[in-house]
Design a binder for this molecule. Structure first.
Ligand code: RUQ
Ligand code: CUA
Length: 663
């Protein structure tokens, strides 16, 4: 009987979650603001006002758009190989994708977080999470390149990640899937979830000057699903808030079995307290294995180090560090208002939006206003922490961001709309349809202390009829709203790369003037650099051949290479000698089981090539760099294994014999 009820419940939930048609807004075409074209038009040659950093979801990348135009400016490779840029294919970048499991060419990037100083974006770095094989990446906004990736032990499904404190002291990451800790036997029956599975929150410290990340400590928590998170700020600085679902601790058919309870939890973590425990030596040193990968800008080379230890704080034993408060029902987003006073929980299956008060939470803790505890963690009383509830906001609340006028904006997946409400009186002020089924949304500066309330972007899961059909899969979509007035106004649709989850919008002025224009060739410390054509060479070392080659408009030096033999392992070390902005050269060779290289000015990158047959192999520059770009090419001659063709290489001198005589 119980099962039957569950199945009925589950199909109701499924209808609710999939019932997009039923809630499809009418007059889709008419919802666009009449002056949309003027508001989004950025004339040719003009810059956009904002950068929009958008997660790529299952593309594993992060993309950069200009707003309000919606122009795609760049796709930054992070967790997935990118043949366009040679990321993960060049010898220098391969170590970036190393993990304790080995080289992984893909992941699923859900959330982006810009670094902050005093609760405001500082334009230095943007962080992203790998959801599948738990990792956190830091991208340098001087180069728009991934600078560092750290793997997380004791973790699986790194979803509530990466969220940062108001001065970027920590990047925090919670497990979506609880698992047996890495140093315990994981070979246990799955239905021993309650006994053997644990959740983990990781605190990654970020060095002030250079952003270097270290896994500072982890907190071991009950085995739930930690979904999303936000740091406190202002009054609540020093705390973190995590939404938890599956507090039922189900291990199968979660859509039913993890939707039983009326309320799950938000976990509040006092991280200053955690720091005290850490200092006092209350942590347990645990043997683990995780990769820490760093791209060195001087050597243009990444290194990967496998680390073997982490300090774990136990939430069961260490008091006053973690608290639960109930939150209806299967909460997803967990967002903190600009002052830090309000915490908004978004229960995917809840018919209201609970708004919690930090002040009330602190008082409830002081008064020990508990309704019980879970694995040693006190559970605060819902009413004692609750500020109030937004009634009838819509269906399927997911995420909330804020403006600078005391308003909040919540995405409603099921009813496919953005709902604007007032934080003080919790009244719904406006609703705008999305096309369709909005997931995340972001307001310019919407998670900072002083949001810039000009634009809101909705990131939609389904586009249906919005764009020209492109086969079974349609592009995901972003929609731009002007939120300067009382009513939200839809002014633009633009397609996105992969599936967008969270995104952030930052004023262009914070970033655009710090952009690196080229790498200084004099400071290039790559082991295989050629700082000029005179130092290029081809060196045989047994069966390994190193080709030191340079690129400059419009030739490679050398461009005639002979003496390569079958069975050789060849490394093309290509240095781009240009010292000018926007003059990369590309490098590709016929039959190579590899991608191209795209080498920035002043940089050295290496392509590994194992010739598979005897013959002639052209190579060429792939990036149109000058009027004579088509001339920027060369040949490698491959001879049989036993051949006695000597190594030779040249540029401009290997002329036919008779022509040589004429000169
Ligand atoms: S999620 S659509 Cu992976 Cu941030 Cu909410
Ligand atoms: Cu270099 Cu085209």
């Amino acid at each position: 009987m119980k099962n039957l009820k569950n199945i009925v419940l589950s199909s109701i939930a499924a209808t609710l979650l999939l019932g997009i048609n039923a809630c499809k807004p009418k007059n889709a075409g008419n919802a666009v603001s009449a002056d949309a074209a003027i508001k989004t038009y950025v004339a040719p040659g003009k810059y956009d006002e904002f950068y929009n950093f958008v997660s790529g979801g299952f593309s594993g990348q992060m993309s950069v758009y200009g707003l309000p135009s919606g122009r795609l400016l760049k796709v930054m490779p992070v967790f997935s190989v990118d043949p366009e840029k040679g990321y993960g294919f060049s010898e220098e970048t391969k170590p970036m994708l190393n993990t304790s499991h080995g080289f992984i060419p893909w992941d699923d990037l859900h959330h982006v977080q810009l670094s902050k100083t005093n609760g405001e974006y500082d334009g230095r770095w943007v962080f992203g999470n790998a959801n599948n094989t738990p990792r956190v990446a830091r991208i340098d906004l001087k180069t728009f390149r991934t600078a560092e990736i750290i793997e997380l032990p004791n973790s699986a499904g790194n979803h509530s990640s990466p969220f940062i404190t108001e001065n970027t002291e920590y990047v925090v990451a919670g497990t979506r899937f609880s698992v047996p800790p890495d140093d315990k036997n994981g070979d246990v029956p799955i239905n021993t979830y309650k006994q053997n599975f644990k959740g983990t929150i990781s605190f990654i410290s970020v060095a002030k000057e250079d952003g270097k990340m270290e896994l500072a400590f982890q907190i071991q928590c009950p085995g739930f699903n930690f979904d999303l998170s936000r740091a406190g700020k202002g009054v609540s600085n020093g705390w973190f808030f995590f939404s938890c679902y599956n507090t039922e601790q189900a291990n199968t058919l979660l859509e039913v079995n993890a939707s039983q309870r009326d309320k799950d939890f938000i976990m509040a973590v006092n991280w200053k307290k955690a720091e005290e425990y850490l200092k006092a030596g209350k942590g347990r040193k645990q043997a683990v294995k995780y990769a820490h990968n760093v791209y060195n800008e001087k050597t243009h080379t990444a290194t990967s180090e496998i680390k073997t230890e982490v300090t774990v704080l136990d939430s069961k034993e260490l008091k006053d560090m973690c608290y639960f408060f109930p939150c209806p029902k299967s909460p997803h987003g967990c967002d903190v208002s600009p002052t830090g006073e309000y915490i908004v929980g978004s229960g995917k299956l809840a018919a209201l939006i609970p708004v919690f008060s930090f002040d009330k939470m602190i008082k409830a803790i002081a008064a020990k206003d508990y309704i019980g505890e879970f694995e040693g963690i006190p559970i605060l009383k819902y009413e004692s922490v609750l500020y109030g509830e937004v009634k009838k906001p819509g269906l399927g609340p997911l995420h909330t961001e804020f403006d600078n006028k005391g308003n909040a904006y919540t995405s409603m997946f099921v009813s496919s709309e953005v709902v604007k409400w007032n934080i003080k009186d919790l009244k719904v002020l406006d609703r705008a349809p999305t096309y369709y089924s909005v997931g995340h949304l972001c307001v310019a500066g919407g998670d900072t202390k002083t949001p810039n309330a000009k634009y809101l972007v909705a990131y939609n899961k389904i586009t249906k009829d919005r764009y020209l059909p492109t086969g079974p899969e349609l592009s995901q979509s972003a929609q731009l709203y002007d939120i300067t007035g009382d009513k939200m106004q839809l002014i633009l649709d633009f397609p996105t790369i992969g599936e967008p989850h969270y995104a952030q919008i930052v004023p262009a002025d914070l970033i655009k003037n710090n952009s690196l224009k080229f790498y200084k060739i004099d400071s290039n410390e790559n082991k295989y650099v050629s700082k000029g054509e005179s130092t290029t060479k081809v060196v045989r070392d047994g069966k390994v051949v190193h080709i030191y080659i340079t690129a400059i408009r419009s030739h490679f030096a050398p461009d005639n290479i002979e003496g390569i033999k079958m069975g050789d392992e060849v490394y093309f070390h290509v240095t781009n000698l240009e010292q000018d902005w926007d003059v990369p050269h590309g490098f590709a060779v016929k039959g190579s089981l590899n991608a191209e290289l795209l080498i920035m000015p002043g940089e050295t990158q290496t392509l590994k090539w194992t010739p598979d047959r005897v013959g002639m192999f052209p190579f060429y520059c792939t990036d149109f760099c000058s009027a004579l770009h088509q001339e920027m090419s060369g040949y490698v001659r491959v001879s049989p294994a036993g051949s006695n063709v000597p190594i030779s290489y040249s540029l401009g001198t290997n002329l036919p014999k008779d022509e040589g005589l004429k000169k």
